[in-house]
Ligand binder design. Structure first.
Ligand SMILES: [Fe+2]
Length: 371
């Protein structure tokens, strides 16, 4: 039984120049970047690499149409190494380029072609959520199937992650918060996954502690407090990424995908909608188990009684950024069952590793309560 693996070298840099010098960027490098971050922080460096922007392929979360176009552009170059500078979606898209040139996105994600690594990937996260820089997972929407699917394979694990807190400074407040909530969910969901163990628990607990304390500081001091906390949040999201890369995530993520796919809700925001409702259900269905330990930890950080942990956590998060009913995103009541069926059909990987395996009825009840 494998307990833990961590292939990616993790480095912290206090400026982009020292990163560029350390990894020796040259003309055989293919940079996929978020345009605004590149223009502000990297343009001035006059890098000799082949540079393209994520926005050239679209503004939504990654789809197979976008990654097919990216693959085509990459295959026209003779680049050997990929450098992804952006949020989780940029890094997820870049992971597809690491593979030997065969097939299109659908072939790759449905494993109709062999998944073989050919190129190195350096991942530079510019948000503090996805943890994609250390995970072996890439998530893409398959447009013909109308859902997001995940490819989980060691072949798409980044070789090198560069953590540069300075790059987080341009994130709009709501992106910062929803990406940090995504990281918190990675930490807490992975902690209660059946594959969690003492190694992954270390990362889950430390990430949970850092993020909840960080949010408490922001609630007490105001939004501006985040600027001094970026390094903490970036490292916490990386640790949460290591935890979920080893232990997995569960029903919160599974249930978020139909909302993201159908209504274009960003990943962190969609997960936020499901978070405390799913954990309250976990607690009701299986109160004795690993969930008791995360409740104790949260009660300690939030300085509250164990019985009110998820209520207090929801209150803290709502204070940082308000959550809204699912109908506000355009979801219709008759889609509740459709969403549950979609999860059962396409998110078996996540449902099977959840703390409690949810039935169709349970998922419908949760969607209805959040509607
Ligand atoms: Fe996530």
């Amino acid at each position: 039984m494998q307990l833990f693996k961590q292939f990616t070298k993790i480095n912290l840099f206090h400026d982009i120049q020292s990163f560029a010098t350390t990894v020796k960027i040259d003309e055989k490098d293919f940079i996929l970047a978020t345009k605004s971050v590149f223009e502000k922080h990297l343009r001035v460096l006059n890098l000799p690499a082949h540079i393209i922007f994520r926005s050239d392929y679209g503004h939504s979360e990654p789809t197979d149409i976008m990654t097919d176009a990216l693959i085509e552009d990459f295959r026209k170059t003779d680049c050997k190494r990929i450098i992804a500078i952006g949020g989780g979606s940029v890094i997820d898209m870049a992971k597809v380029l690491m593979l030997k040139s065969e097939g299109n996105t659908e072939d790759i994600f449905l494993r109709r072609v062999p998944i073989i690594k050919e190129h190195q990937l350096i991942a530079v996260p510019t948000t503090c959520g996805a943890g994609s820089e250390v995970s072996s997972v890439s998530i893409v929407s398959l447009t013909r199937k109308s859902t997001k699917v995940g490819l989980a394979d060691d072949a798409i694990t980044p070789d090198y992650a560069a953590l540069i807190p300075d790059l987080l400074t341009d994130m709009p407040y709501n992106i910062f918060v929803t990406s940090a909530i995504d990281a918190l969910i990675h930490a807490i969901e992975s902690f209660v996954c059946p594959k969690a163990n003492r190694y992954t628990d270390l990362f889950s607990e430390e990430a949970t502690r850092t993020i909840v304390k960080g949010f408490s500081s922001i609630r007490a001091e105001g939004k501006e407090a985040r600027y001094r906390l970026f390094e903490d949040f970036l490292i916490a999201s990386n640790m949460a990424g290591i935890a979920f890369a080893n232990a997995g995530t569960g029903a919160v993520h599974a249930m978020s995908y139909p909302l993201s796919t159908k209504y274009g809700v960003t990943h962190g925001e969609a997960c936020y909608q499901m978070f405390t409702a799913v954990f309250q259900e976990y607690q009701q269905q299986k109160p004795k188990g690993k969930i008791q330990r995360i409740i104790l930890l949260l009660a300690d950080i939030l300085n509250c009684e164990t019985a009110e942990v998820f209520f207090k956590l929801e209150e803290l998060l709502q204070n940082i950024i308000p959550r809204q009913p699912l109908r506000e995103y355009g979801m219709k009541e008759e889609e509740i069952e459709e969403f549950a069926d979609n999860v059962i059909e396409l998110q078996e990987r996540l449902l099977s590793q959840s703390y409690v395996r949810f039935s169709r009825e349970t998922m419908c009840r949760i969607y209805r309560a959040l509607f």
